[in-house]
Design a protein around this ligand. Structure first.
Ligand code: ZN
Length: 451
């Protein structure tokens, strides 16, 4: 097997990039890595590529929040190439989550990158699961509330919209809320609607010693996510409204469904430091990473690599203090910017724009429209998403600041995840410039409040 190179290397335009992964998504087509490799290699030859480079993610489940190392490497490779062609067995191999599709779309914006999947004639017979679902409809459905496994079955309880089929976390058998579990449900909802990532929420539940639904001690981000997307929580039973006790309001339900459709929150980028990946380099605009110098000093710095400059670095403690010192001012100005749209309106704006975006990406990927037409088609949904996202952020920020009214003075006692969420909610751009003194790690920070 040709493994992906450890470091990105310049690729020739005669090389096609093969991305292979096992999908654990039950609704999608299945094919072994060998099968995908054979089909994609045949496709490469068919399209005239003389060389291939493989990126393989094996044993990475679609339902787990683990990173896909080969996928990330594929994106890095594309970032550093002038052009490229990605061959996949099925378009759904390229993204499992809207966030991942977004990363790819960002790249498609910047570079003439082609995405090709097997032509229809290469499709293999489908297992008897009904008609294969087109990626666009499937993705949209994934983002909606997961239908319950047994939705649609004509049992008397289903017809009445009551809970059935064993224990449901947060609920008693008669459909009323379970006292302590419902409290945990609410806690997950509060965290998510304050802008916390599911990873931070899971970490907090574990730290608080709250048992998981399965009785374990360690919460996984996917458990928190599946509770947030369950039709039970959103009081939906197929097309019917459930008649069990509501744990959340209709507004909360709309906000929970809107968040995955909005652009990724900067605070959710993995870092255990206050400003890592939130702050950007004043020279080249890339995100700063946190690192330790050979003398043991912790700094934020621009990573030196082909696409970023590596010229800016700031002492971590001083940079954190400089930002925290401004939070009080930012917090009072945030209170004057309130959301203008209702959650349900935001949700429908985001749903329509995401569908529009994905349709354009698919048509471009299938060679039906030019790169120029693709970029043009993206303008409208991109502006709708930006508009809805600004308002969504105001909703979440209001909730976050109600949980932490004294955020500016008490930020030190919060978890790193909450600290980062607060900074991200209040600050739209955070730029670190090299200081004028010319001394090492001398810097100044430029901060723009989020409206
Ligand atoms: Zn830089």
């Amino acid at each position: 097997m040709r493994a992906a190179p450890a470091r990105s290397i310049p690729i020739r335009t005669t090389t096609a990039l093969l991305y292979l992964r096992i999908s654990a998504n039950r609704t999608s087509e299945h094919a072994s890595i060998e099968q995908q490799r054979a089909d994609c290699t045949a496709l490469a030859a068919h399209l005239g590529y003389t060389r291939t480079m493989e990126f393989v993610d094996e044993a990475v489940s679609a339902y787990q929040d683990r990173a896909r190392p080969a996928y990330q490497q594929l994106l890095r490779q594309l970032e550093e190439s002038e052009a490229g062609t990605i061959l996949v067995w099925h378009l759904d191999r390229l993204y499992r989550k809207p966030r991942e599709l977004e990363q790819l779309l960002d790249l498609l914006d910047m570079r003439p990158i082609r995405v090709e999947s097997r032509p229809r004639r290469m499709l293999r017979p489908q297992p008897a699961r009904g008609t294969p679902v087109r990626p666009s409809t499937r993705r949209v459905r994934e983002l909606r509330i997961r239908p319950q496994r047994r939705a649609g079955c004509a049992s008397p309880t289903a017809a009445r919209g009551l809970l059935h089929g064993g224990r449901h976390y947060g609920y008693l058998d008669d459909g009323s809320l379970h006292p302590s579990e419902a409290w945990t449900l609410r806690r997950i909802v509060h965290g998510y609607l304050a802008g916390l990532s599911v990873a931070v929420i899971a970490g907090e539940l574990t730290d608080a010693g709250i048992p998981t639904p399965a009785g374990g001690i360690s919460w996984r981000p996917t458990t928190a996510r599946s509770i947030l997307t369950s039709s039970r929580l959103h009081s939906q039973r197929g097309p019917n409204q459930g008649t069990w006790e509501r744990a959340i309001t209709p507004d909360e339900s709309a906000l929970i469904r809107a968040i995955p459709l909005a652009p990724r929150r900067d605070a959710t980028r993995s870092s255990t430091t206050l400003l890592g990946a939130l702050a950007r380099c004043g020279t080249c605009g890339h995100r700063l990473v946190s690192t330790v110098t050979s003398k043991g000093q912790r700094v934020y710095r621009c990573r030196a690599q082909p696409s970023s400059c590596g010229s800016v670095a700031a002492d971590m403690r001083r940079a954190n203090r400089a930002v925290i010192a401004q939070l009080g001012r930012l917090q009072s100005s945030a209170l004057t910017c309130l959301p203008v749209r209702a959650p349900a309106t935001l949700l429908s704006m985001l749903e329509a724009a995401s569908t529009e975006m994905l349709t354009a990406a698919e048509q471009y990927g299938a060679g039906k429209i030019t790169h120029k037409a693709f970029l043009h088609r993206r303008l409208h949904p991109t502006s709708i998403i930006a508009e809805a996202d600004a308002d969504l952020r105001r909703h979440l920020r209001g909730r976050l600041l109600r949980q932490h009214p004294e955020a500016a003075s008490t930020i030190g006692v919060l978890t790193a995840g909450r600290q980062r969420t607060i900074v991200d909610a209040l600050v739209s751009t955070l730029i670190v410039q090299s200081g004028r003194s010319g001394r090492h790690f001398d810097f100044r920070i430029e901060l723009h409040p989020r409206k």
